[in-house]
Design a protein around this ligand. Structure first.
Ligand code: AMP
Ligand code: ZN
Length: 501
């Protein structure tokens, strides 16, 4: 099956047959979060997308080394090379914390959110601050190869020289280098240190007030943001590895500059396949806090946002994300979430019904047997077509009426073999739980639809009656008992909902 896998390579702008460097093994690097604030839903979309890719590659039988970094230094406010404050240092100053306290706090929050969304941890999660030596060595290699210069203790990548000598710069992001050179020339007078505006800092001399600083041959300073990914991917995956991923907002300058640094240091391309996820939107526009057009994952889970009519469970949100292809934008609207919730419940119910079916036929293959097997084959074909989760899901949904028909007796077991029923059962299990990474959350939150929901509704009704009758003893007892069980009730405009820690 694995020979058929095709992935869309941002570098060639087309789908290519996937061929790993070493047979049976895959090295995959994905740019992780900058941990200076709570992880936002857009980040979650990207990491859920790569989680499904990771899971599918493992399902295909590959041994995957998945490296996803934590950016804990060097990402400057405004993404300028110099002059801007480090995002983490700025937050530390504002919150009066040590930079590493900021990092720890938001890294913990990020891990918790990844767990809530049921994403598998990467094989290695390297931090930029833990790899300063590797980054200094890479800067030195780039200088030795003539593609970087030192100015006042900072080191700049010589983009123009690199672009002239290598037919590489601009390929990934689609920038035309001649235009870059021409357009940037006008700004030259504004640059105090760089030889050219297209150059970028790979080592930055720290101002006296700068909190995060390390010794280096050039100055006490800190590495440029793009450098960490080049250094850490090389360390853990080798000079050239299979897949490099991230959101498409990182194509330029981050990934373009990563490619340049790797060539500059090692003389070869970092990755064979570049995979980029598309952005999360809300109500058709970029999700943005400043435009009052954003929602946080906790708000989605507790329903406390004017943008949504009710709460949605984490697995429901994960399912919603899978309904779009990772290269398409994902538009979050209340209507789309409501529709996805129905779909999610239908799929989970369909699977429950399917798993409970006992074969009762004559083990003969009729038309129905072929139809079911064709649909199952299609599910894999869709996934092999650049991880097309929405189409794979659609095929699963086409199987649900077959399941319901077999249960109700409109369709006959005589038309399928026992093998086909088993194949359908295992396909549903494998796709829903192992590849799509959904999980049964009936016992974990109020978003499920089983006995627990029914029981909780009963308790909520009893509590409401008790409160209406001013029977505070009963209502307090319910609240305290639920509290001891770590179940929280939330009274909202849509009635009372519950969550469990
Ligand atoms: P950051 O913490 O901003 O460096 O981003 C971490 C990862 O999330 C990167 O791979 C980004 O490309 C990705 N990302 C950031 N914003 C969004 C968004 N709105 N939608 C999807 N992915 C995003
Ligand atoms: Zn990166």
């Amino acid at each position: 099956m694995d020979q058929k896998l095709q992935v869309y390579n941002s570098l060639s702008r087309k789908k290519e047959v996937f061929k790993p460097i070493n047979e049976g093994q895959i090295g995959m690097y994905v740019c992780g979060p900058t941990v200076y604030s709570d992880v936002h839903l857009g980040n979650c979309r990207t990491f859920v997308s790569f989680d499904v890719i990771y899971r599918y590659l493992m399902y295909l039988g590959y041994r995957v080394r998945y490296v996803r970094n934590i950016t804990d230094v060097g990402h400057l406010v405004g993404d300028v090379d110099t002059g801007g404050e480090d995002k983490i240092a700025e937050k530390a100053r504002l919150e009066r914390l040590e930079p590493m306290e900021v990092v720890q706090k938001y890294m913990n929050g990020f891990h918790e959110m990844m767990k809530i969304f049921n994403t598998l941890p990467p094989s290695i999660e390297p931090r930029a601050t833990g790899h300063i030596i590797e980054q200094i060595e890479m800067v030195q290699a780039i200088i030795d190869n003539g593609y970087a210069y030192v100015k006042n203790g900072s080191v700049y990548f010589d983009t123009i020289k690199f672009a002239k000598n290598n037919d590489v710069y601009g390929k990934l992001s689609g920038r035309v280098i001649d235009e870059l050179i021409a357009e940037s020339r006008d700004d030259l007078k504004n640059q105090d240190e760089k030889n050219h505006p297209a150059d970028f800092a790979i080592w930055i001399k720290a101002a006296p007030s700068h909190l995060m600083r390390w010794n280096s041959p050039w100055s006490v300073g800190f590495p440029g943001w793009h450098l960490e990914c080049s250094a850490m991917s090389t360390k853990y995956l080798g000079k050239t590895f299979d897949i490099h991923g991230g959101g498409n907002d990182l194509k330029f300058p981050h990934h373009e500059n990563e490619v340049a640094q790797n060539h500059g240091a090692c003389g070869c391309a970092p990755a064979n396949y570049w995979l980029h996820t598309n952005m999360l939107l809300m109500n058709g526009k970029k999700m943005s806090k400043s435009e009052d057009n954003s929602i946080t994952p906790p708000q989605l889970f507790n329903g406390e946002s004017k943008h949504i009519s009710k709460s949605y469970s984490p697995m429901m949100i994960r399912f919603f994300m899978l309904q779009s292809h990772y290269r398409s934008t994902l538009d979050l609207t209340d209507e789309a979430l409501l529709a996805a919730e129905k779909g999610y419940k239908r799929l989970m119910e369909g699977n429950k019904t399917l798993q409970a079916l006992n074969y009762a036929g004559k083990n003969a293959a009729g038309n129905l047997d072929k139809e079911i097997n064709d649909l199952i084959d299609h599910i894999f074909e869709e996934m092999n077509d650049d991880f097309n989760t929405p189409k794979a899901l659609a095929r699963l949904f086409e199987l649900v009426p077959k399941v319901n028909g077999l249960k109700a007796g409109h369709l006959s077991f005589d038309d399928i073999t026992a093998y086909t029923l088993d194949r359908m059962k295992s396909t549903f299990q494998v796709f829903i739980f192992d590849i799509f990474g959904l999980k049964n959350e009936e016992l974990a939150t109020g978003g499920g639809n089983g006995a627990m929901d029914g029981l909780m509704q009963l308790i909520i009704d009893i509590r409401q009656n008790a409160r209406a009758n001013k029977d505070w003893d009963t209502s307090d007892k319910i609240r305290d008992t639920l509290g001891a069980l770590k179940i929280q009730l939330k009274d909202g405009k849509e009635g009372t909902t519950w969550t469990k820690d």
